[in-house]
Structure formats: structure tokens, C-alpha cells
Design a protein around this ligand. Structure first.
Ligand code: PGA
Length: 249
């Protein structure tokens, strides 16, 4: 069935010194019954890939451009991520949607580019606090999935991360019922669009203030296949227990 995934998003944190955390993680997990992914800042990617080589840890990007190459100063193509050693890329994170005005359409074309280059796309969706309080959560998630996920996706290339914006970096976490409601809904939407065979293979991650202390209960929620972890992925001492919780879920 679905192989679980513990994904770490370092965001704009870390320099070469931080690779010691990655090597500690790699040494701590020479093999694992779940997939382990670290997405460092782009300048660290190829060094991170070398550090993780031979361990159960893989590395990924945090964004890519929709075009294969060209006059796009500061941007990075999917092929460049692959060349640097990435196997996955996070797309449509709420910080990209907010800070860079990325629309669902943008995320969709980036996802097409990423999967065409052979990457696994981790497409992020999530509601704001206002949308949650207005009872719009499922409508928002449904629309983001419809708009951000391209047609013709296969289960081996698509991961969806549900990250309520109000839970990211805040220490606030939805109730287990709220997480379960959204994850069940996402599975239903995938089934309606892509059919049972594909939908049942797509991994659905929860993200937003996942910590060693709450990981076990979150991983017990139906249709939660892992986590996308920000702050608690920066230190091996924090991320390792989250991986262990996922392995025993
Ligand atoms: P957090 O971030 O774990 O620090 O809340 C999660 C994310 O933004 O992916």
C-alpha cells in the first residue's frame, strides 16, 4: 500500500554547518520502514545529497520554476533540482503562495514541470484561519486541489500535504477530528477525479506544528500517511522521534 513519508522542510534556514544535522539523521536511519525526506535551501542541495547518500534519507527542493530553462533570474528548474540530487519538490507551500503570489494555476504548471522531470511533487494546500472560522475549509481545500493538481497524475509522482496556514509555525494544531475530516475529504476528491487505483496510492501528509509530542496521535488519524515538518525537522534530535513515531504508526 502507501509507503509512509516523513518530510522535513528547512525553509530558509541552514548553511553548510547545518549539514551536521543531516548527517546525524542519516547515521541514525541507515534504513527505515518509511520514506525520509529533507528539503534544504537550494544552495545546500547537492552537498545534502552527498551527505545523505547511502542512507534512508533523500533530499528535495522547496520550489521550482515551471519552465525548463531560460531568462528567469533567481529561479531554479526541475531539471536543476534533479541534477543536484533531488528526488522530490515541495510546491505551492502557503509561504510561496503568500510571499510570491503563487496561484493554483502556477502550482499546477510547476507540478507538471516537476513530474515531467521525474520528481515527486508534494503539493501543499491549506485554509487560513478566517476561512476555517467561516466554515469554508473543505471548499478551499477542494478548490486548491482541483486547481493545483494537474490532470493525469500517477500515485508515484504525487503527494499532497494538508497544511492549515494558521497551524504553520504557531504551535497550534487542528483537532484530530479536523485533520481526519480534511484527509478523508482529500482522499474522496482524489478518488472522484483520478479513480480508486490512483487515489489509494497517493500519500497525504499533515503539516503544521508537528512535534515529537504530537506526532503519534496525528499519525493515528485515518488517511494521514506522514507529515511535512518545518521547525522540528531542523534538528535530528527532534525529527528522529517523529520518524520513529511514523514507523510505529
Ligand atoms: P512547522 O512548518 O512544522 O514549522 O509548523 C510546517 C511547514 O510549513 O511545512
Amino acid at each position: 500500500m502507501r509507503r509512509k513519508l516523513a518530510a522535513g522542510n528547512w525553509k530558509m534556514n541552514g548553511t553548510g554547518d547545518s549539514l551536521s544535522e543531516l548527517s546525524a539523521l542519516a547515521e541514525g536511519h541507515p534504513s527505515a520502514s518509511v520514506d525520509i525526506l529533507i528539503c534544504p535551501p537550494a544552495p545546500l542541495l547537492s552537498r545534502a545529497a552527498a551527505v545523505a547518500s547511502g542512507s534512508a534519507v533523500t533530499v528535495g527542493g522547496q520550489d521550482c520554476h515551471a519552465a525548463a530553462s531560460g531568462a528567469h533570474t533567481g529561479d531554479i528548474s526541475a531539471a536543476m533540482l534533479v541534477d543536484a540530487g533531488a528526488g522530490s519538490v515541495i510546491l505551492g507551500h502557503s509561504e510561496r503562495r503568500q510571499d510570491h503570489g503563487e496561484s493554483d494555476g502556477d502550482v499546477r504548471t510547476k507540478t507538471e514541470a516537476a513530474t515531467a522531470a521525474g520528481l515527486i511533487a508534494i503539493v501543499c494546500v491549506g485554509e487560513s484561519l478566517d476561512q476555517r472560522e467561516d466554515g469554508q475549509t473543505l471548499d478551499v481545500i477542494g478548490a486548491q486541489m482541483e486547481g493545483s493538481v494537474p490532470d493525469g497524475m500517477t500515485a508515484d509522482r504525487l503527494v499532497i500535504a494538508y497544511e492549515p496556514i494558521w497551524a504553520i509555525g504557531t504551535g497550534k494544531v487542528p483537532t484530530l477530528e479536523q485533520i481526519g475530516e480534511v484527509h478523508d475529504f482529500m482522499r474522496e476528491r482524489l478518488t472522484a477525479r483520478f479513480g480508486e487505483a490512483t487515489a489509494s496510492g497517493v500519500r497525504l501528509l499533515y503539516g503544521g506544528s508537528v512535534k515529537p509530542s504530537n506526532a503519534t496521535e496525528i499519525f493515528a488519524v485515518s488517511n494521514v500517511d506522514g507529515a511535512l515538518v518545518g521547525g522540528a525537522s531542523l534538528k535530528a534530535a527532534d525529527f528522529s522521534p517523529i520518524i520513529a513515531a511514523l514507523e510505529s504508526a
